[in-house]
Design a protein around this ligand. Structure first.
Ligand SMILES: Cc1cc2nc3c(=O)[nH]c(=O)nc-3n(C[C@H](O)[C@H](O)[C@H](O)COP(=O)(O)O)c2cc1C
Length: 307
């Protein structure tokens, strides 16, 4: 058995291992708890929350693509109060960190949700400024540095001692510009990447496959984009804690994101094909660290040797 210390720290929060599940791909954990103890995970990013409940977008809202999927789920969720009342007590039974993910229509809505969630005792708040599937707010905040900074400031002002991690969109020309704006505004950590905007068309009918016409691309196809963006952000902001994600389905994928500069990684779309994916990613990472002779998995972070 490899003897590697798998614990990592993300914005001051200690994770027992670097593998977290990505928001929107794990619900609130109930379904996956049939397969394994959720305490095996480093952390759980819960499904994206809004101030009030949302039905999400009309179906079809998932389509397969080569090595990935397109989704336009549109933040279907029960609302922040129902999460605190019904889902958080369930998640709290497990020895893992709970990260709440929030989306607002206005900066004020982000503030209200941060106050509620910090009061309820979540371990971290992930501020989603990058959802491509909602009309109001959503991507607009994630593609304009001044708006991204404003949302970050309001979130920080209302989150008390709870660390605030801001989730960045890959749908920009230069991701470091937004990353810097958000860091200057006080973000404790960054998570990236959210999905890439994409589209599929049924050639027979001429209609887009998704009812919303476009959606967000995720899965193995996006891994190289995620690795590149994590690397760019970590070079631009040395020392900024990063949760890397996008296309991770095995230990080697996670190790690439860590070498590029991530302190921890999230597994998302891979869960749909294999609910055990986060466990095998964790074990694969441990083996890679052992093979490299590392005593701590955290030594992988930022270890890339660029040409
Ligand atoms: C069906 C689906 C729903 C998602 N919902 C959310 C969400 O509510 N909030 C969020 O920040 N990201 C959401 N995401 C984005 C993921 O958390 C992740 O950033 C992205 O899918 C890339 O990782 P992956 O390739 O491992 O899935 C969603 C992704 C998928 C596929």
């Amino acid at each position: 058995m490899p003897n590697v210390d798998m614990s990592v720290t993300l914005a001051g929060v200690n994770l027992k291992n670097p593998v977290v599940v990505a928001s929107g791909t794990f619900g609130f954990g109930r379904e996956y708890n049939q397969f394994y103890d959720l305490g095996e995970l480093g952390g759980i990013c819960a499904k994206g929350l809004t101030l009030h409940r949302r039905e999400g977008n009309p179906a079809p809202r998932i389509a397969e693509t080569p090595m990935g999927i397109l989704n336009s789920v549109g933040l279907q969720n029960p609302g922040v109060d129902a999460f605190i009342e019904e889902e958080l007590p369930f998640l709290r039974q497990f020895d893992t960190k709970v990260i709440a993910n929030i989306s607002g229509n206005t900066p004020e809505e982000y503030g209200v949700m941060c106050e509620k969630l910090s009061g309820a005792g979540v371990d971290m708040i992930e501020v989603n400024i990058s959802c491509p599937n909602v009309k109001a707010g959503g991507l607009a905040y994630g593609t304009r540095p001044e708006l991204a900074a404003e949302v970050t400031k309001v979130a920080k002002a209302h989150a008390g001692k709870t660390p605030v991690m801001v989730k960045l969109s890959p749908n920009v020309t230069d991701i470091t510009e937004i990353a810097k704006a958000v860091a200057d505004a006080g973000a404790d950590a960054l998570s990236l990447i959210n999905t890439l905007r994409g589209m599929r068309i049924d050639v027979n009918t001429g209609r887009p496959i998704l009812k919303m016409n476009t959606g967000g691309l995720s899965g193995p196809a996006v891994l190289p984009v995620a690795v590149r963006m994590v690397w760019e952000v970590s070079c631009a902001l040395p020392g900024m804690p990063i949760l890397g994600m996008g296309g991770v389905s095995k230990g080697e994928d996670a190790a690439q994101l860590m070498l590029a500069g991530a302190s921890a990684v999230a597994v998302g779309t891979a869960l749909f094909a294999d609910p055990y994916a986060p466990i095998s990613v964790r074990d694969g990472l441990e083996q890679i660290a052992a093979r490299k002779g590392l005593s701590k998995v955290s030594e992988l972070t930022g270890g890339v040797k660029p040409w």
